[in-house]
Design a binder for this molecule. Structure first.
Ligand code: M6R
Length: 613
């Protein structure tokens, strides 16, 4: 839940570290710090607050070193403060560490170290690590040939939890040691310089060649080479990957905020996600997905497991798999699934959706299914992310880097990919009428143009945002597939505008929540399923009668009724209508947040990838 960057080479490290941190702020932004080795001494500059505060700290521009590590924090142990900010040093200022993750047994380790005479300055779990390294360096590893690495490895052996770590030492000013377990870390290779980061976009402007570090793998990084070691410290060669994303994919490209840029990138993200997998002429094809019709015939249940927005994409997936493949499909929140002993066996296919591929609960839920004999399929936007390494099968959305905390283009790309997957399964199983599939394919292919149409007509939603941004509560109502859109619309509003909102299946409202409807409250209704138009309208009339002001998002003929605002969206197959219906709602949240003067891309208390439980 934090971001880490590192650099070793022949350039000044500090500007590179600060630049990398600014890209990683989406992972946490309550404090930031860097450490470099200046003439055999480690110099640390850190403080609470954002990276721009760090950039203006006294002396930071004078740092000359070309080796350094850096961190932007999302506090878990200890409030945001200078002392709790990373990097952390051991008592003798010999070893310096930045850490993303959580050390679960830090109290026990702290007690052990205190008994050996070590002191602690911070309340963090991380501070035990440099001190443990120091302890092992001067005890267990005294006569080791590779003493620094031995001390790091011995410290790691003591840790329970998750970590991506960068470690420097003034005794070894020519190297950075990194290791990871259940937290992401990539190494970017260039000519006589190497970069380290929690994600690829942060260092994409420097290189396109990456090593994706595995769990329990160590790398000792010098400016001109990198040595990789497995968990037993045996050296091995590692394959380098070329990442095709363009560097500008991680920039705002003239947009005021990443979220707005990403909303406008949706047509392209969907085109890329469709790629060559779907066409009107042939059956759907996933190049690397070796799932056979024989295997699919043995499945009696699909589970879709994810968190937040990705889970909402899964809810749309449920309808798609049940309608097209006739396979019972359940959707679960990963943090619930992993602790409720779900009934899974070798006849269950478990699908995990995660933009980042690093969400701790989703990864744990995947491991659980594997233990119970189910096959697992990951849907991720990040090549080589943790979830893709664990799953039996992986398919990727091609949305490009998503930086804003609020997910937009990843969501619509996920729904598109799941729709194509459901068609692929249905074609293998022969479970759906060919004409229905053919029409659905055409509708999917037309989505990017229809989204462009929506994005070219935003005035109405902008105006509406101006009239409602001071509201305290809002309701989102929908039936059937529109209920999925209501949930996603409500989540978007909550997270970036801090307006309390609830999503309800319209028919459920009268079983309690309608008591909350009072004069002037805003109710947003979504109506895209022709079979449910009358029923949805009746439910909305019930709230209008009780004083609600309404905004309707629809592609149906709803007549000339007493709705206050109507946004017409292009018509499409109801199964994929959430992809179009969510666009005005993403924009609504965005403009409400802007009207309130909030930080759209970095809403309070949140981080982009939730790599802790
Ligand atoms: O990276 P993931 O897709 O696994 O993330 C899951 C959720 O944390 C994420 O979708 C979250 O709900 C977003 N902030 C919503 O906009």
């Amino acid at each position: 839940m934090c971001g880490i960057v590192g650099y070793i080479g022949n350039k000044k490290a500090s500007p590179i570290l600060l630049n990398g941190l600014s890209y990683l702020e989406y992972r946490g932004y309550d404090s930031a710090g860097i450490a470099v080795i200046e003439v055999n001494d480690i110099v640390v500059k850190k403080d609470k607050g954002r990276v721009k505060n760090l950039s203006s700290l006294n002396g930071i521009n004078e740092l000359k070193s070309s080796i350094g590590i850096a961190h932007t924090r999302w506090a878990t142990h200890g409030k945001p403060s200078m002392e709790n900010s990373h990097p952390h040093m051991d008592n003798s200022s010999t070893f310096c560490v930045v850490h993303n993750g959580i050390i679960e047994n830090y109290n026990e380790l702290k007690e052990f170290l205190i008994s050996k005479g070590y002191n602690f300055i911070s309340q963090t779990d991380t501070e035990v690590i440099p001190n443990l390294i120091h302890y092992h360096y001067y005890n267990k590893c005294k006569s080791s040939e590779n003493r620094f690495l031995c001390a790091v490895k011995s410290a790691i052996n003591d840790l329970v939890g998750s970590y991506a770590l960068e470690i420097i030492s003034n005794l070894y000013p020519d190297r950075i040691i990194v290791v990871r377990k259940d937290s992401p870390l990539v190494i970017g290779k260039s000519e006589n310089e190497n970069y380290i980061s929690s994600d690829i976009p942060a260092i994409l402007s420097y290189t396109k060649n990456f090593y994706l570090l595995d769990d329990n793998e160590f790398a000792v990084i010098y400016n001109d080479h990198i040595d990789f070691f497995d968990e037993n410290l045996c050296m091995h060669n590692k394959e380098i990957k070329n990442i095709e994303w363009s560097a500008s994919a991680a920039d705002k490209n003239g947009f005021e905020d990443y979220m707005l840029k990403e909303i406008y990138e949706q047509p392209q993200a969907i085109r890329e996600t469709i790629g060559t997998k779907l066409s009107n002429e042939t059956s759907c094809l996933f190049d690397d997905l070796k799932i056979s019709a024989d295997y699919l015939k043995t499945i009696n249940k699909i589970y879709i497991v994810a968190c937040g927005t990705a889970m909402h994409a899964g809810l749309v997936g449920k309808t798609l798999f049940e309608k097209l493949c006739k396979i019972q499909t359940e959707v679960d929140i990963a943090s619930e699934f992993r602790y409720r002993n779900p009934i899974i066996d070798d006849k269950t296919l478990c699908i995990y959706i995660s933009q980042s591929g690093e969400t701790a609960d989703t990864i744990a839920a995947l491991k659980l299914a594997k233990l119970n004999g189910a096959r697992t399929l990951a849907i991720s936007n990040v090549i080589g992310s943790s979830i893709t390494r664990e799953a039996d099968y992986t398919i990727y959305t091609h949305a490009g880097p998503e930086i804003a905390v609020a997910s937009t283009k990843a969501y619509t790309s996920q729904v598109v990919l799941i729709a194509i997957l459901a068609i692929f399964f249905a074609e293998l199983l022969g479970s759906c009428d060919k004409n229905i599939i053919s029409e659905l394919k055409s509708d999917i292919i037309e989505l990017p143009i229809k989204i462009e149409e929506l994005l070219n007509n935003v005035d109405k939603i902008k105006e509406f945002a101006k009239t409602v941004y001071t509201q305290k509560d809002m309701f989102f109502l929908g039936r059937g597939i529109d209920y999925c859109t209501a949930m996603e619309g409500s989540l978007k509003l909550k997270e970036i505008s801090y307006i309390h909102s609830e999503a309800y299946a319209s028919g459920e409202l009268k079983h309690g929540p309608i008591a909350l409807i009072e004069n002037g409250i805003i109710v947003i209704g979504i109506i895209t399923d022709s079979n449910l138009v009358e029923k949805s309208i009746s439910n909305l009339q019930e709230v209008i009668t009780r004083g609600a002001k309404t905004l309707i998002i629809t592609n149906q003929n709803i007549g000339n009724l007493n709705f206050d605002n109507v946004i017409n969206i292009p018509s499409t197959n109801a199964l994929i209508s959430p992809i179009l219906a969510i666009i005005p709602l993403q924009l609504l949240s965005y403009y409400i947040s802007k009207n309130k003067g909030l930080d759209v891309d970095k809403p309070r208390n949140l981080a982009k990838s939730v790599t802790v439980e």
